[in-house]
Design a protein around this ligand. Structure first.
Ligand code: NDP
Length: 484
C-alpha cells in the first residue's frame, strides 16, 4: 500500500467521505502489478450526497465576485506547485508514468489551468450594445452543476482542466475519475478546499461507467464534460441529449504526422517519438500514423530505431527512467492484440512490441513500417506505444490519406518549407495542428477535436463559452410604440 494511503474514496461537501458498502476497486501500481490502495465505488446514497452538495453550494459560489473566485483558484495553483513532488509521485503510482514526466507535465499543468482560469475569472463579462437611446446588455451566467468524467491517462490534469474553467464561471462540479486511476482527483479536491473553496463546490466520487452514467442523466446536472473513448462519448452524448445538457466531449484520435523530405531529420525523429511514446503512447492526440516521404524513409527509420533503442525502461520513480509501463493488464492486452493484427496483415515490426518478463504491465516501444492505409493499426486508436510508418510520394496524396479517418483530434507536419507548412495545416482536418513540433498543450490554447474526436474546446478563453451562457437584456429608454 502507498504511504500515505488515501484517506477515503470520495470527497464531498468539503471533506473526505468513506462508505465501505460500494463495490471495492483495487488500485494497481502498473510498474509492479501490486495493489497499492483500494477505493469503493459510489452507492446511490453517495451520489445523492454529492449532487445535493454541488447543487446547494453552486448559487453561493456564483454569488461571489469573479475576483474572489479567481483568488481561490490561484491559491490552489500555488499549493499545487508547492506539493508538486508529492502529487507527481501519486500520479506515477496511479498511472505508472515515469516521475521524469509527471514532475513536469501533470500537477504543473493542472496548476497552470487553475492559475489561468483564476486569472481571468474577474474579467468574465457580457457585452453592452447601444441602439440609439436604447441598449441591450448580456449577462454571463454559470450553467449550474457540472459533471466531469475522466480518462485514466492524465488523472490530475483532467480533473483540473475541467474543474478550473467550470469553477471560474461560478459552476459547481462533481468529478468522476476513471476507476483505473482514482487517486489524483481526490488531491485536486483537497487542495481546492485547502485554498478556501467553499464546501460542496468541487466534489469527487469514485466508480465505474455506471456511476458516470447515473450522473449524466440526473436532472440536477446542467453540463457534462467527458474525456474518454469514442464509444463512451457516443453513450454519454446521447444520454445528455435527453435532458438538453451542455456537453464537452474530448474523445479519441488517430492523428497523422506528416514528414516531408526537406524536414530537419533529427527534429522529425524527436517529433515522432514525442507523438508516439511519451506516456507509453497513452495520449489521445498522438500522431500514430507517421507518413514519411519516400526519399527519406529509410534514413528516418534507421535514426528513429536507434533513438528509440536508447529509451530507459525501469523503475518509474527513478528520475532517469523515461519510458514506463502501460496503465493496466487490460490495456496491455488490447495493445498486444493490435500488434498481432499488424503482423498478421503484413506490416513489418522494426523493433519493440515485446512484453517484458517481469511483474507489471511492460511493453517495449514498437515501430511498424510498410503499413498500408487499410490495415487495422492504421485505422483504429491503439492507445499504446505503437507507431505506424506509412510511405508517401506527394503532398496532395498524403493530405487525402491523412484526412481519411473518422477522427480529427490533432495532426502534425515537419517541413522547412513555410508555405507548404501553412498550406498543409489549413487542409488538415484536426482541432490542433503542429508545425515542426508535437503534443504541446499549454492552457492558453484551445484543445479539442473535430469530426468524431469531440465537441467543444478545453483550455483558453474558448472554454469559458462551454461553462457559461449569455442572457440578453433589452432596455428601452425611448418611448415605446405599439401598432394599436
Ligand atoms: P473510456 O471511454 O473507457 O472511459 C472514460 C471515462 O468514462 C471513465 O471514467 C469511465 O469509467 C467512464 N464511463 C464509461 N462508460 C460510461 C458511461 N456509459 N457513462 C458515463 N461514463 C462512462 O476511456 P479510457 O478511460 O479507457 O481512456 C482512454 C480514451 O480516452 C481514449 O480513447 C483516449 O483517446 C481518450 N482520451 C481523450 C483525450 C482528449 O482530450 N481528447 C485525452 C485523454 C484520453 P470507468 O473507466 O471507471 O468505467
Amino acid at each position: 500500500m502507498i504511504d500515505p494511503e488515501p484517506t477515503a474514496s470520495h470527497f464531498i461537501n468539503g471533506e473526505y467521505v468513506e462508505d465501505k458498502s460500494g463495490k471495492l476497486v483495487d488500485v494497481i501500481y502498473p510498474a509492479t502489478g501490486n495493489v497499492i490502495a483500494q477505493v469503493n465505488a459510489a452507492t446511490p446514497e453517495i451520489l445523492e450526497a454529492a449532487l445535493n452538495a454541488a447543487r446547494g453550494a453552486q448559487s453561493r459560489w456564483a454569488a461571489l465576485t469573479g475576483t474572489e473566485r479567481g483568488r481561490i483558484l490561484r491559491r490552489a495553483a500555488d499549493i499545487m506547485r508547492e506539493r508538486n513532488r508529492e502529487l507527481s509521485e501519486l500520479e506515477t503510482y496511479d498511472t505508472g508514468k515515469p516521475l521524469q514526466e509527471t514532475l513536469v507535465a501533470d500537477a504543473s499543468s493542472a496548476a497552470d489551468a487553475l492559475e489561468y482560469f483564476g486569472g481571468i475569472a474577474g474579467s468574465l463579462t457580457g457585452e453592452h450594445l447601444q441602439f440609439g437611446e436604447d441598449f441591450i446588455y448580456t449577462i454571463r451566467e454559470p450553467l449550474g452543476v457540472c459533471v466531469g468524467i475522466g480518462a485514466w491517462n492524465y488523472p490530475t490534469q483532467i480533473a483540473a482542466w475541467k474543474g478550473a474553467p467550470a469553477l471560474a464561471c461560478g459552476n459547481s462540479m462533481i468529478f468522476k475519475p476513471s476507476e483505473t486511476t482514482p487517486l489524483c482527483a481526490l488531491k485536486v479536491a483537497e487542495i481546492l478546499c485547502e485554498a478556501g473553496l467553499p464546501a460542496g463546490v468541487y466534489n469527487v466520487v469514485q466508480g465505474l461507467g455506471d456511476i458516470g452514467a447515473a450522473l449524466v442523466t440526473d436532472p440536477r446536472v446542467a453540463k457534462v464534460s467527458l474525456t474518454g473513448s469514442l464509444p463512451t462519448g457516443r453513450k454519454v452524448y446521447s444520454a445528455a441529449a435527453e435532458g438538453m445538457r451542455h456537453v464537452t466531449m474530448e474523445l479519441g484520435g488517430k492523428s497523422p504526422l506528416i514528414i516531408f523530405d526537406d524536414a530537419d531529420l533529427d527534429d522529425a525523429v524527436s517529433g515522432a517519438i514525442l507523438a508516439n511514446f511519451y506516456s507509453s503512447g497513452q495520449i489521445c492526440s498522438n500522431g500514430t500514423r507517421v507518413f514519411v516521404q519516400s526519399g527519406i524513409k529509410d534514413a528516418f527509420i534507421a535514426r528513429l530505431k536507434s533513438r528509440v533503442g536508447s529509451a530507459v525502461l525501469g523503475d518509474p520513480m527513478d528520475e532517469k527512467t523515461n519510458f514506463g509501463p502501460m496503465v493496466s493488464e487490460k490495456q496491455l492486452k488490447i495493445v498486444e492484440g493490435f500488434i498481432a493484427k499488424g503482423l498478421a496483415q503484413g506490416a513489418k515490426l522494426i523493433c519493440g512490441g515485446e512484453r517484458l518478463d517481469k511483474p507489471g504491465f511492460w511493453l517495449t516501444p514498437a515501430i511498424f513500417s510498410d503499413v498500408r492505409d487499410e490495415m487495422t493499426i492504421a485505422n483504429e486508436e491503439i492507445f499504446g506505444p505503437v507507431m505506424s510508418v506509412l510511405e508517401f510520394e506527394h503532398e496532395e496524396e498524403v493530405l487525402k490519406r491523412a484526412n481519411a479517418t473518422e477522427y480529427g483530434l490533432a495532426a502534425g507536419v515537419f517541413t522547412q518549407n513555410l508555405q507548404r507548412a501553412h498550406r498543409v495545416v489549413k487542409a488538415l482536418q484536426a482541432g490542433t495542428c503542429y508545425i515542426n513540433t508535437y503534443n504541446d498543450a499549454p492552457v492558453e490554447a484551445p484543445f479539442g477535436g473535430v469530426k468524431m474526436s469531440g465537441v467543444g474546446r478545453e483550455n483558453s478563453k474558448a472554454a469559458i463559452n462551454h461553462y457559461s451562457q449569455l442572457k440578453s437584456v433589452y432596455v428601452r429608454m425611448s418611448e415605446l410604440e405599439a401598432p394599436y
